[in-house]
Design a protein around this ligand. Sequence first.
Ligand code: PMP
Length: 445
Amino acid sequence: MKLPSYLSLFLLTSNAAPTSAFMTSLQGKSASSTKLRSTTSDENPIAVNPLVANVKVSATVQIFSNVKQMQAEGIEVTSLCVGEPDFPPPQAVLDAASKAILDCDTRYTAVTGTAPLRQAIADDLLNRKGVKYDANTEIVVGNGAKQSVYQGVLTTAGPGDAVIIPAPYWPSYPEMVALAGAESIILETQEKDGYLITPEALQKCLDDNKDKNITLMILCNPSNPTGGVHNKKRLEELAEVLAGHPKIAILADEIYERLVYNDSEEDKHVSFASISPEMYKRTMTINGFSKAYAMTGMRLGYMAAPKPLAKAATTIQSQLTSCAGSISQAAGVAALKNVEESEMEQNVQIMREKRDYVIGRLKDMPNVELAVPPTGAFYVLPDVSKFYEGDDTQLCLDLLEKKRLALVPGSSFGAPGTVRISYATSLEELEVAMNKLQEFLEECD
Ligand code: PMP
């Protein structure tokens, strides 16, 4: 059978045999061998490290490559699959990056980042989040928050250790844990709770896994892919449970903290590290510039953590990448110091309108469930399990094939029966997308 070239690309990027393996990798099951060491092919004697061979290619990346290929072939595709703001970075950021290039600011920086950027980050965390970090020893700037998350995982988890990952989850977490040689413990959350972690569920997860050496819990707040935000009260409840387990570190991935849509005092975002001095000691706060300042390609993120944790992360980074790009770091200083708060608020307002539009449209679609509307980030994770007998992967494949609309199957986030919609695009594009989705689902009935 001759496949369309965009599907062939899917197969190529998923490094798998035709359709069934492609489906398997999208469905979140590793298609790779479980043998400890197997060679890459009959002709090639080189074996891939089994830790790497078992890592899945991100479904988002796969679908996005597919969309790009379709577009290159002249096929018009509406894509709501990627987690990237559609607005440009603030002018102050672009100016600072241009100036850094012209000033030949192109040398290695300190491993942990330039002194002005670390100071700007420490000031920002103190002023907006009320958490105090030493700019010299407790901030580690990395090449995107993704690197910072991975270093946080490596710092605290290794072979024989286990890491709690609440589901639905950002797909990189379990893969990073696997690369560290540790085991993931998935803590299921419920749609009816807005996919937030309840203290009861956390307690049960800890009790059920008493025999394991749990060294880390990941807390993505606001959440990708659910858009759920754990408020201060809920974080305090979770901290109370964690107080009984003093050896567990917390990786608080707060990369979406600027994008929160409930303005009330009760629901505004707070950093997990600010909950109590005890939690502060155990928390690695992750944040970055990709989502808030639309600087995705500039690859700039950071970890803020008490000295021993920051020191370990610095050691890892010194051997992996040395430092983040000097141009990006100069741009990061401008983002934190020269961008007006009003500009940031305007972006939140625009994103809130998009969220409201998408939620409104989903509500009008029969058999699509959204128990609790999301209040943060730029994602919605509606339940579409009444269609395709819950096979979200097949639904997404057919949606792409028939309507040229790209969404990511919820299975890849540990949430089968759902689809993830990223609404970080123009309202016009969202309208086209929602029309396509509605038509498609009506035709399924
Ligand atoms: N954490 C979460 C939850 C994310 O969604 C992302 C980006 N998709 C990252 C971290 C990494 O962001 P970056 O590396 O672009 O800073």
